[in-house]
Write a protein that binds this ligand. Sequence first.
Ligand SMILES: C[S@@+](CC[C@H](N)C(=O)[O-])C[C@H]1O[C@@H](n2cnc3c(N)ncnc32)[C@H](O)[C@@H]1O
Length: 274
Amino acid sequence: MSDRQTRQRSQLSREEGRELKLLHFILNQPNIDSVRGNPQAVLDLIDEFSQTYAFMTVGPEKGPIVTDLINERKPHTMIELGCYVGYSAILYGDAVRRNGGSRYYSLELNAEFANIANKLVELAGLNGFVQILVGRSDVLLHQLFDTGEVKQIELLFIDHYKPAYTLDLKLCEQLGLIVPGVSVIAADNVIHPGNPPYLEYVRASVEKKRAEAEKGPVTSYTTEGFSERTSEAYMGNENAPKFEILGNPNLVYESVLRQPEGYHDAIEVTRCVG
Ligand SMILES: C[S@@+](CC[C@H](N)C(=O)[O-])C[C@H]1O[C@@H](n2cnc3c(N)ncnc32)[C@H](O)[C@@H]1O
């Protein structure tokens, strides 16, 4: 991170309740009628408010990396893990819809964030297309599989509890949702705050993954390689996945880091190729 980026980010307010404040800022805009039904206008207002307050959105620098993937893959359905106030759901939901898709699922643990996101999604005119599901990502992913709503992952955006990235991907693998030649996974924040275990997994050889899988199912989130703050964020005492996680070590990935020039963070883009 450059000195300027560090200084700017540390000056942002982390005041409690800033997410609700954002909603009021947007709904009280004098030109609210011109914002209604306009996803980009809603995103611009979130970006404007983010000049003063710290928000965990993917933001305008990294945002286009996944929009480009949507334009290329034209997924029917897309899933994201971690909705927060709905920035990525609006940005990517709009792109999936413009590319002829049918549904954007956004999975969010925190009901208050989900409520705010629902209001902003509605303002953007994406209600009915973007579906925000409240709960833990592993439980909701299993539910989407059980109900048959999702039969394969076309495009998955991972942006939630950092230690859950690898285990949620492995859960999708063992459910047969990761399909060679189809599935693409984009994972945010892999440099800042960073996610060494995830990068190691998606870049590992099949042989290495098979040897690791011999040790048996994973039953807890590993906090090794994460700061204390990252390990404790969101999940509190719930430090175990709800299912035995086996994954599928036989899947072959091609994985690249996509980092905007001069930016402190990046998205890892992983394609299942075999
Ligand atoms: C970085 S924010 C998401 C930002 C959003 N994708 C965007 O770019 O606008 C992470 C979100 O993940 C949620 N979260 C954390 N752990 C989760 C879990 N296990 N399942 C679902 N959501 C989770 C948090 O409550 C938080 O709102």
